[in-house]
Design a protein around this ligand. Sequence first.
Ligand SMILES: Cc1ncc(COP(=O)(O)O)c(C=O)c1O
Length: 391
Amino acid sequence: MTPRSGDPLVERMRPYTSSIFAEMSARAVATGAINLGQGFPDTDGPAEVIEAAVDALRAGHNQYPPGAGIPELRAAVADHQRRHYGMDLDPADEVLITMGASEAIASAVLAMCGPGDEVLTFEPWFDLYAAAITLSGATRRCVPLRQPDWSFDPEELRRAVTPATRLLLLNSPHNPTGKVFRADELAMIAELCVERDLIAVTDEVYEHLTFDGRAHLPLATFPGMADRTLTVSSAGKTFSVTGWKVGWASGPVPLVRATRTVKQNLSYSGGTPFQHAVAAALALPDAVTAGLRESLQSKRDRLCAGLRSAGFQVIEPEGTYFVTVDVRSVGQDDGMQFCRDLPERAGVVAIPDSVFYDDAGAGRSLVRFACCKRDDVIDDAMGRLARAFPT
Ligand SMILES: Cc1ncc(COP(=O)(O)O)c(C=O)c1O
């Protein structure tokens, strides 16, 4: 076989060719099913944020922004971190604007990990982590989050750190489980990072989407962590503008500089008008994010109630866009098959949690529904499920 006749994709990326999100979204279109699979809202973000983007386009902010992002947005991110979490960042060299949190995470992993290194994360994991770690040549090591409260065993986490562990990748609030890591859990993780000299990269894209009064606590604010944590977030989830892909990473200069070196050789920079709009969004009164959070919490409640009345056992999330059910409660045990059948059976699309696990058995019966949809869409979907699964 000549090099050009086989699959040109590098061997290590072959496990990542298919995307369950693409498959399920295509099935939603083909069957007319309601798509509660992929996590994006079906309404626009705040009108003033959209207007700020239009204004930026009209004001001629249409060329490359600086590689690290426009100064206004870097300052707005530093101010946001100070206002919400008391963190002290220099916007000049401790904040980096990226093409979504995705680019920040991938750049950080590619910048700081390579063959022979291990990256520690919790399972289930957001799919991008697995691919980014593989792309870097490093090895993924996972510690399970277990139901019913998605807790982890601190000893298991301790044991998972080896001399090769370079970086811990933490997502809180957590997709897909909806777990918001508690202060005692974060304190334990922080102690471990300090003790074993690990770098932490934290994915906090759902930082403002926590429910029932729970506070989001950045790992970087725990003792010893400010100097070893790259904190990542983005505007997509907070302001319901997932397609804008404006994200950021902040932290100590060496981590930001390393991440920036990879980032500037991937996209370099982009999204100038959206960077201006997100700077305006971050400067809005906190009541705006509080309003979005409350609205999402009521959607969470609506979706959970609908799923329960259709007979599903619901694992109620503490934050994020997602609600998990165990399909054993409706007499099935294979979430993948359940999701493949669901568009035809009920006219609804959901995502099997098994795609977020190395140990597919662990998440086999779990299925994720997105709650970030209009109330009438949620009601329609729940009516369909109730008819398809009469109790
Ligand atoms: C946990 C998590 N991290 C990162 C992202 C991607 O963020 P962005 O769209 O800003 O790249 C998502 C999107 O679904 C997510 O759920």
